[in-house]
Design a protein around this ligand. Structure first.
Ligand SMILES: [Zn+2]
Length: 132
């Protein structure tokens, strides 16, 4: 199943298409994901005794591999213009770094303007009295 990624508080997320309750963090460039909520064994650990007698958690690679093979993989669809989106959102506080599929760069620019976010450097075309 194909799932569209969206940006929430500066993080790229996908909604689990199986239960629509889990949100998984993903990275641009990542082609697919397995829901960590549906398949918690992807983070399975074993406890190994250290030389000082204490136990330390280590990844249970065998269990993780089996889970990965059996789990449903979902294809991720990212927007094409991530650099341009990030350029506009970088100017905001992290809690306002949000983007949803369908939102255009013009929408983001308008939101930035409405909230007084963005460059405070005046447009050079309006500067008068040039000295040479
Ligand atoms: Zn899930």
């Amino acid at each position: 199943m194909k799932v569209k990624a969206f940006l929430n508080h500066g993080r790229w997320l996908v909604e689990c298409p199986e239960d629509r309750k889990h949100y998984n963090e993903v990275s641009p460039g990542q082609v697919d994901f397995i829901c960590l909520g549906c398949y918690p064994d992807l983070r399975s650990v074993l406890y190994r005794q250290r030389t000082d007698g204490l136990l330390e958690p280590v990844p249970d690679e065998a269990k993780r591999e089996i889970t990965k093979r059996e789990a449903k993989h979902h294809e991720i669809i990212f927007p094409r213009d991530i650099p341009a989106i990030m350029e506009l959102l970088r100017q905001r506080n992290v809690s306002e770094m949000n983007w949803l599929p369908g939102e255009t760069l013009a929408d983001l620019k308008a939101e930035n303007t409405a909230h007084g976010v963005g460059s405070t450097v005046p447009d050079v075309s309006i500067i008068e009295g040039q000295v040479d």
